[in-house]
Design a protein around this ligand. Structure first.
Ligand SMILES: *[C@@H]1O[C@H](CO)[C@@H](O)[C@H](O)[C@H]1NC(C)=O
Ligand SMILES: *[C@@H]1O[C@H](CO)[C@@H](O)[C@H](O)[C@H]1NC(C)=O
Ligand SMILES: *[C@@H]1O[C@H](CO)[C@@H](O)[C@H](O)[C@H]1NC(C)=O
Ligand SMILES: *[C@@H]1O[C@H](CO)[C@@H](O)[C@H](O)[C@H]1NC(C)=O
Length: 679
């Protein structure tokens, strides 16, 4: 799922010209339909009235003696997806996009967001809010300096800003005679009051052993030994990201939509473990597992979630060294630890360890992808039958694929909001249909479906683009080149510890060759029943080097604004490659694609493809048959089984024959190629 790849600022920061170019193109067609100079203003019906909450916030700001208040779109754990009760920016501004920053002064209010969200922001915000079409912190700072006179204060909640972002604001305001004031009471929450959605109360449960890579005790011991081996021998690790704690203790909850995590922090030392969480929400079984070895070094003390700051402050009075990952720790928490007691790395050792899946975790993720392929194949077949009848729209399509996934064993729901986009809607980067605005699927247009599931054994994410009628030659070429990029990266052999950033151009090469490109990242890590975007794995500049055992998506695309959009996304495991020579100390690496759904034959023009690419595709199709075929048979999904067979016929080099081979001939051809196949 690409949505948040645009949100991954560092990638855009590296390629600003490119990203901005893309941005202009897609925004030029849109203009603000609000007219704030009319009396009364002209506003679309989708805006939220914000005068009441802004007035209340401004009164509060005056009593706190601040002239501006900054409202970000994240939570205290730097989560990508947030719970309703953390949607402060949406509540104060009306804007519900996942990335943005609001600044409220005593007179004005402005919202900064990136191009994905400009149209949405103009349709959601009333005239109290001006839209700033950029996301750079510098631009926000400049605006603040213009609006706020010398000598006045700018307030923010230190628990909602990463260390780096806080420091950026500090730098901008340095020597400007304005002061950045940390205010621990969140002013939006104070205004929101009893209207604010309550803290979640859902159960926090233990993931059954069958679905975990190792016991939580083994994971704790591993992190402890990493502490010992660290040159500075930190005495504690402080975990702030929600997926870190969930992974470490093999616990899951449902505090945040699409992400099975729960509000928590962890402080781990050589002799103690403190888990900061609402104790009442732990199941009896979870509590029992955490406290089975009490007292002792494998005894988990459950402490109040709200106590983390006080506990860390008290703990750091002693002779200790606390290891934190800067990317996910807020300035608020960081600030309570004296500077000389900090060991900082970009990511915590838990984040780094979680990124590399062990053999069992790899097997679990592979298994989840087989069941996920069944759901997607059922969906593609259903579309083939129903789109020509004119009975499917984007919204009903999205609901149907979600439903098919939920019917699979171990499925707990979708892993993100399904993207289901027909025709020109697919050219919008971040398009999810609603029941109000939903385009009908037709045989005359391309359709893009990007969806994923949360299964107890793994998180999935796959994109397929299809056309049921007659695609134009350009559509076929663009699709084929996107596919070639996907294949070129997936079959690449590269040295161990190569950074994803260094190889991602392979996914673009076939597009670049003809002057085409796409304006988003090429992939992201993915979890075992955790986040669909699992950093720090992927192809962006801020991602860690690729290592055996990591999973990443590979998702090139092509988007023609106002016309159509193409994306082909698979999840792949980094594995050792078989190379002719082995000169280096470490084996070279390559990818094993674990998503198992064929591409759309109707959009493939193999005359663009090399022999190796075709060979690769045929081998991949054999794998799909071998792995998904038996599952379809086991489930007695006869029609789907036939569909799979038809859609995984091997392509033969340089001929149009493949397309016209009868399925009988194709079947026997495969039987010949594949002595142990299921034929
Ligand atoms: C807004 O409305 C005013 C007053 O009717 C009009 O003069 C102006 O052109 C409108 N602006 C836009 C951008 O439509
Ligand atoms: C408000 O803040 C300004 C700037 O820091 C300070 O000079 C002033 O004394 C403060 N006023 C109150 C009432 O605290
Ligand atoms: C900040 O205040 C100091 C002392 O009042 C003054 O000398 C300086 O010029 C001011 N700087 C700015 C940027 O206003
Ligand atoms: C559209 O969805 C919203 C929210 O899910 C729901 O309240 C509303 O009834 C739906 N409208 C229609 C026409 O289905």
């Amino acid at each position: 799922m690409l949505c948040s790849l645009w949100t991954s600022w560092p990638w855009i920061l590296l390629v600003p010209g490119f990203a901005m170019g893309w941005t202009k193109q897609s925004s030029s067609a849109q203009t603000d339909i609000r007219n704030c100079s009319m009396v009364p203003p002209f506003l679309p019906p989708t805006v939220t009235a914000t005068s009441t909450q802004l007035n209340a916030l401004r009164q509060l700001m005056q009593s706190y003696n601040i002239s501006a208040y900054i409202v970000p779109a994240t939570d205290a754990h730097m989560s990508e997806y947030i719970a309703k009760r953390d949607e402060r920016l949406a509540w104060i501004s009306g804007f519900t996009g996942s990335a943005g920053t609001g600044v409220v002064t005593l007179k004005n209010a402005a919202l900064w967001t990136d191009s994905r969200y400009w149209t949405q922001a103009e349709r959601q915000m009333d005239c109290n809010w001006e839209l700033q079409k950029t996301f750079w912190t510098d631009a926000i700072g400049e605006w603040i300096l213009q609006e706020i006179p010398v000598g006045e204060n700018i307030g923010l909640d230190p628990f909602l800003f990463s260390i780096a972002l806080w420091q950026d604001y500090g730098l901008i305001l340095q020597n400007s005679n304005r002061t950045l004031v940390p205010i621990e009471d969140n002013l939006v929450d104070l205004v929101w009051g009893t209207q604010r959605p309550p803290a979640p109360t859902g159960k926090i449960y233990l993931l059954p052993d069958a679905f975990t890579g190792s016991t939580w005790q083994e994971k704790v011991s591993d992190i402890r030994s990493q502490m010992k081996q660290h040159p500075r021998s930190p005495t504690a690790v402080l975990l702030a990201a929600l997926e870190e704690t969930a992974w470490l203790f093999n616990l899951r909850g449902d505090d945040i939509p699409y992400n099975p995590v729960f509000y928590s922090y962890t402080l781990l030392t050589a002799s103690d473990i403190s888990l900061f969480v609402d104790r009442n929400r732990l199941t009896a079984e979870a509590l029992q597992s955490l406290s089975a070895a009490c007292p002792g070094p494998l005894c988990v003390q459950v402490e109040d979630y709200d106590q983390v700051q006080a506990k860390v402050r008290a703990f750091t009075q002693g002779d200790v060294l606390v290891w934190i990952g800067k990317e996910y720790t807020t300035y608020g928490l960081y600030g309570v630890i004296p500077q000389d007691k900090l060991v900082e790395s970009i990511y915590s050792p838990v984040m780094m360890t979680k990124a590399v899946k062990n053999t069992k975790e790899q097997e679990l993720l592979r298994a989840a992808h087989v069941r996920d392929a069944v759901a997607v194949i059922q969906f593609l077949l259903w579309l083939e039958k129903n789109v020509p009848k004119g009975s499917v729209d984007e919204f009903s399509g999205a609901r149907h694929v979600d439903k098919l996934r939920r019917e699979q064993e171990h499925c707990q729901g979708p892993s993100f909001e399904t993207i289901s986009a027909s025709g020109f809607n697919a050219a919008l980067a971040h398009y999810s249909p609603s029941n109000i605005s939903s385009r009908k699927l037709t045989v005359g247009e391309m359709y893009l479906s990007d969806s994923g599931g949360q299964y107890l054994d793994g998180t999935t994410d796959i994109t397929r683009t299809v056309h049921w009628g007659e695609p134009t030659p350009f559509q076929k070429e663009a699709y084929t080149r996107v596919l070639m990029g996907n294949i070129d990266l997936a079959k690449l052999v590269f040295p161990a510890k190569t950074s994803g950033r260094m190889v991602e151009a392979f996914a673009r090469r076939a597009l670049w060759a003809v002057g085409l490109n796409y304006g988003h990242g090429t992939g992201h890590g993915i979890g075992n029943f955790l986040s669909v975007h699992e950093w720090p794995v992927g192809f962006q500049s801020n991602n860690v080097p690729l290592t055996k055992g990591m999973f990443t998506s590979i998702e090139p695309g092509y988007y023609w604004d106002g016309e159509f959009g193409i994306r082909i996304e698979d999840v792949a495991l980094v594995v050792e490659a078989q190379t002719k020579y082995s000169a280096g100390e470490q084996a070279y690496l390559t990818f094993e694609v674990v998503s198992l759904v064929p591409y759309d034959r109707n959009l493939i023009d193999i005359s663009f493809m090399s022999e190796e690419q075709i060979q690769y595709l045929n081998t991949y199709y054999q794998t799909i048959r071998q792995r998904v075929g038996p599952e379809l048979q086991r489930r007695r999904l006869e029609e789907e089984y036939e569909w799979l067979w038809k859609h995984t016929q091997p392509f033969s080099q340089g001929t149009l024959l493949a397309a016209s081979l009868s399925s009988l001939a194709a079947t026997s051809l495969v039987a010949a190629l594949l002595p142990d196949s299921q034929t």
